[in-house]
Ligand binder design. Structure first.
Ligand code: SF4
Length: 626
């Protein structure tokens, strides 16, 4: 088979996507290793290799003597064609073994528009798509985790076990449970029951879902002993003690992020009401600068990368960011290593940081005010004022940047045309500021990039409908008109793909036949504009009797059972209701990082708490915690 694989690699666009053998890749002895797991990334190599979670689990599992973890990525359409024409199965990069030979296949669910790639990968591996069809055979256990596992229902029929929350907390338990089940001769169902009894493991086949006549979920009932009614997420309690991969695999071909990734903290407590990551990665846990400096040194030494990126949901919120950046530059700058900050807060402090790390000014700096008026920014709890933005852009133009990118979202709850005019006014104010401060006026550019609001599970806006596609198109057209003129650039996101994202984000188990039909219609790489085709999905919805508009446009009531209510991110529903009500009043809720706990419920539910570097804890006020 190896020879045949080599042959087809000569016929594809980028053979490096499938060849393996990269620096720091691990190839363990197949025969003598007890449990074999494949990490399946349902997108192309260049995207998957930029994912920190992959590097963490790869290092963790391969450090165990009794287990191995190999990688597999979604084959690009040219590779899929070759595999189908030759009848070769999908194989891992390390040993080039068929996926079918592994004991466990773990998919990561980073975005909903990768769901059809999961089906495609299973099919190319010769593994039945549906969990029920794998029950009787000796098939690998199909596991999935990542952000989309917080509403796992649309793909519940295809997955045996979901891991809810942070993978490094759960992966060793998964492997141990697998090994003990095998040693005691347990069958697949016994293993599933065993896992369902462990914190953070959700086995969808052990839950029965009933629906109301109006279409909403009536009830989700666990079936089986020790199967919990509510599955709570797993959280790493101590980020400094947690595993961190200091021997990351260096991609063979240019990747989206081809640099060392140093995770400075996990979680964000700013509480933007549309943001799912802000809820599912709570609480904030900062690493100690000494830990980070040690990891950075080891990482740069083992990989040879010339750039280190300080990653997190909001890096400039890390309490020791300035001294850390200075120390990294001091220690590694002389060797030509650059430091980069992927996410900037909208303020002058962040621009100062960017200035320190970018000795040579890159062309543009990005800020995300998200909404055009203070009223709407208060509705979404963005906590950014126009003054913050103007101070930040003034600092940026003064420091030599001549191009500013501004990210906004349209279709947010309560939005009116006044808010869209607010976006255009803000962009013009930024442009005017640039005219006053930038010498090379011809190079001055303000780019307004607009995405469409997608209501996500576990957020304060989970009950809200999405704007219709027609309404989003009208709003985009209005903005296009308002943003005409020299120095202004307008970019927007395709409302059709946002619509599908909303359907899949808010969906339930009744979507499974439609997802399968879309895959049969040829849907692949739906997150890629060159492949996305809503027509394939529309035909799939029609043929399976699913009304996608109901899922995207339905307004849920507070007392409805939501399809994901049996999955807990630790934040109470009572808190989310309160946050939703406060948003409608335009009331701001403060960040608990500053010592005032607004009572999201997480610290009491998960017996954990936010903490900062230096041992500073963010003490919740007991009387306000729900
Ligand atoms: S319970 Fe309070 S302190 Fe803990 S994460 Fe929630 S808001 Fe922050």
């Amino acid at each position: 088979m190896e020879k045949q694989l080599d042959k087809i690699l000569r016929r594809v666009q980028k053979p490096g996507r499938y060849s393996g053998g990269e620096w720091n890749a691990v190839r363990k002895d197949w025969q003598s290793t007890d449990v074999k797991m494949a990490f399946a990334f349902p997108d192309v190599y260049e995207v998957g290799m930029s994912h920190l979670g992959l590097q963490i689990l790869y290092g963790m599992v391969n450090d165990r003597e009794d287990a191995l973890l190999e990688r597999v990525f979604a084959p690009w359409p040219d590779m899929e064609e070759q595999l189908r024409n030759t009848g070769l199965p999908l194989t891992s990069l390390e040993s080039r073994r068929p996926l079918r030979d592994f004991d466990i296949i773990g998919f990561t669910l980073q975005y909903e528009l990768s769901f059809t790639n999961i089906l495609n990968m299973l099919d190319l591996a010769g593994i039945p798509l549906r969990s029920a069809d794998r029950a009787g055979g000796d098939y690998p256990l199909v596991v999935a985790g990542g952000p989309c596992a917080f509403n796992p229902e649309p793909i519940a029929d295809f997955i045996d076990v979901f891991v809810i929350g942070e993978g490094e907390e759960a992966v060793n338990e998964l492997l141990d449970a697998y090994l003990s089940a095998r040693r005691s001769g347990e069958g697949r169902r016994d293993l599933l029951l065993r896992l369902a009894g462990c914190d953070g493991f959700y086995v969808p086949s052990l839950y029965r879902v009933e629906y109301n006549e109006q279409g909403t979920v009536h009830m989700v009932t666990p079936v089986g002993k020790n199967v919990p009614a509510l599955v709570r997420k797993r959280v790493v309690a101590d980020m400094d003690a947690a595993y961190f991969p200091t021997r990351m695999v260096v991609p063979a071909i240019e990747s989206v992020h081809d640099r060392a990734m140093l995770e400075v903290q996990r979680g964000c407590t700013r509480g933007c009401r549309f943001c799912q990551a802000g809820v599912i990665y709570r609480p904030v846990r900062e690493k100690e600068p000494q830990t980070l400096l040690r990891h950075a040194g080891e990482l740069l030494c083992s990989t040879g990368w010339g750039e280190i990126s300080l990653t997190s949901l909001s890096t400039s919120d890390y309490s020791r960011v300035a001294p850390l950046v200075s120390e990294l530059i001091k220690q590694h700058g002389p060797a030509g290593v650059n430091v980069s900050l992927p996410s900037l807060r909208v303020d002058a402090f962040s621009v100062g940081l960017a200035r320190e790390v970018q000795k040579v000014r890159r062309s543009s700096l990005t800020f995300a005010p998200e909404a055009g008026t203070q009223r709407l920014r208060d509705v979404i709890n963005k906590g950014v004022t126009e003054d913050n933005l103007m101070e930040a852009v003034e600092a940026a133009f003064t420091a030599g940047w001549h191009s500013i990118k501004l990210y906004f979202m349209i279709g947010l709850p309560t939005e009116t045309d006044e808010d869209l005019h607010g976006i255009a006014n803000l962009a013009r104010r930024v442009l005017n500021k640039g005219h006053a401060l930038v010498r090379a006026k011809g190079r001055l550019k303000v780019t307004v990039s607009v995405s469409s609001f997608v209501p996500k599970s576990h957020t304060a806006f989970q009950w809200e409908p999405q704007n219709t596609m027609a309404e989003l198109k009208r709003k985009q057209a209005l903005l296009r008109d308002l943003l005409r003129g020299r120095g202004l650039v307008f970019k927007w996101h395709d409302p059709q793909s946002s619509f599908l994202e909303a359907v899949l984000s808010r969906g339930d188990r009744r979507l499974a036949p439609a997802i399968e039909a879309a895959w049969q219609n040829g849907a692949r790489f739906d997150g890629w504009s060159e492949f996305f085709d809503l027509g394939k999905w529309q035909r799939a919805f029609e043929s399976t009797g699913v009304d996608p508009r109901w899922y995207a446009y339905h307004r849920y009531e507070y007392n409805d059972t939501l399809p994901w209510d049996h999955i807990s991110a630790g934040v109470s529903k009572k808190y989310l209701v309160r946050e939703h009500r406060r948003s409608m009043e335009g009331a701001i809720t403060p960040d608990c990082r500053n010592g005032r706990c607004p009572g999201c419920g997480l610290c009491t539910t998960l017996a954990t708490k936010p903490y900062l570097a230096g041992g500073e804890t963010v003490a919740p006020l007991p009387d306000t915690v729900q």
